[in-house]
Structures are given as C-alpha cells and as structure tokens.
Design a protein around this ligand. Structure first.
Ligand code: IMP
Length: 185
C-alpha cells in the first residue's frame, strides 16, 4: 500500500520510511499538495489538512504538524513555532524566559491520516526543558539548540540526528501510526 505524505520537506519522507521499514507492503511517497494551515491546534491543523488533501487526490495520505511549547509562556510558541523561529528565534525565546523559574517545555507532533474511512490522528510528545544558552554541535534545526530532553544533559542539537530520532516527538507519533497500520494491513 502506498501512502502519500503531503509535505515540502523530503527529510520527513526519509524519516517516515525508516520508522515504517519493517512494514513490508507500506511505502511512503512525497506529494507536493499545499493545504491551507488554518488557525488552531496541531490536531485541528492536521485534521483539516488531511481531509483537504484526501479530497484532492482520493488516495491514503498523511500530513504532519509539529510545534514547540513552553509551559511558563502558556504554550508559546506552539502553533506559531515556524513563524516565531523565523522572527525572534531562539535568542528571543531565551529572553522571554529570563525571569522565569519554570523552564519546562515539550515538542509535539500530530500526524493526520485520511483514507476512504475518514481521518485518524496520531500524536507524539517529548518533554524536557529550555537550556540557559544556545548549545549546538551542529545537529538538528530550529529549537533543537535550546531544548534538553528529560533524562539528558545535552540539547537535541548536541545529539546526533540518529539519537534524536530515537526519542523524538515525530518518532513517537510515527510509532503510533505504525501500530495502526499493523492492524489494518
Ligand atoms: P512542522 O509542522 O513539522 O513543519 O514544524 C513547525 C515548526 O516547529 C518548525 O518550523 C520548527 O520551527 C518547529 N519544530 C518542529 N519540529 C522540530 C524539531 O524536531 N526540532 C526543532 N524545531 C522543530
């Protein structure tokens, strides 16, 4: 069975295929089909996107939406993660946290899958805290250089990509999706 992944980012396809590789008759293929990113939660964005793309191509499809949520900022940047990264960036987030004691944060991914039976959502979260400084060994992207996952001393950007991929929000969401695929195969 071929599942189309509506994204402009080929790395997401690679990651999905690695996680799903032991499901022999499933392949994930990229499809460039932009969908409106509505204002709302990750769940609402993914559900809307999955339905929208399915209506266009009428084949099993997934979309994925992720964000970075800082507890003491009431979940900011959350669904604005991309925009906030491109504007105030990690320095801006560290500044907003200067007088805060609570530095807990999490990444979350929601995968929206749609086929002729409708939409299903699969979620993954990784908890941790925001570092005091930007710390990177050149791995990762965006908020990776200010996020230390629980049980680690290193930021995601100080961990090799394969190490991050083992515990990431995206990996957890795809593992949930994989369980579902095992049952429908
Ligand atoms: P997307 O929905 O996966 O494209 O993620 C939206 C935004 O969240 C990205 O543009 C990044 O700023 C941020 N983000 C998502 N996942 C990660 C991650 O694994 N590391 C760092 N930043 C991330």
């Amino acid at each position: 069975m071929k599942i189309y992944f509506a994204t402009g980012n080929p790395n997401k396809i690679k990651e999905a295929n690695i996680i799903l590789k032991d499901l022999k008759n499933i392949t994930v293929e990229q499809i460039k089909c932009p969908y409106p990113e509505i204002q709302g939660t990750l769940e609402e964005v993914s559900e809307f996107g999955a339905k929208y793309v399915y209506e266009k191509i009428k084949k099993p499809i997934i979309v994925e939406d992720s964000g970075f949520f800082v507890e003491s900022l009431n979940g900011f940047p959350g669904t604005y993660s991309k925009y906030v990264q491109e504007t105030i960036g990690n320095e801006g987030i560290l500044k907003l946290l200067e007088d805060k004691k609570d530095r807990t944060a999490y990444f979350k991914t929601v995968i929206g899958y749609c086929d002729e039976n409708g939409v299903k959502l699969f979620k993954g979260t990784v908890k941790g805290k925001v570092s005091y400084k930007i710390r990177s060994k050149g791995y990762g992207f965006a908020y990776d250089s200010i996020f230390i996952p629980d049980g680690e001393d290193r930021t995601f950007a100080e961990m090799k990509t394969e190490e991050k991929s083992e515990i990431s929000h995206r990996k957890k969401a795809f593992e949930e999706f994989k369980k579902f695929l095992c049952n429908i195969q």
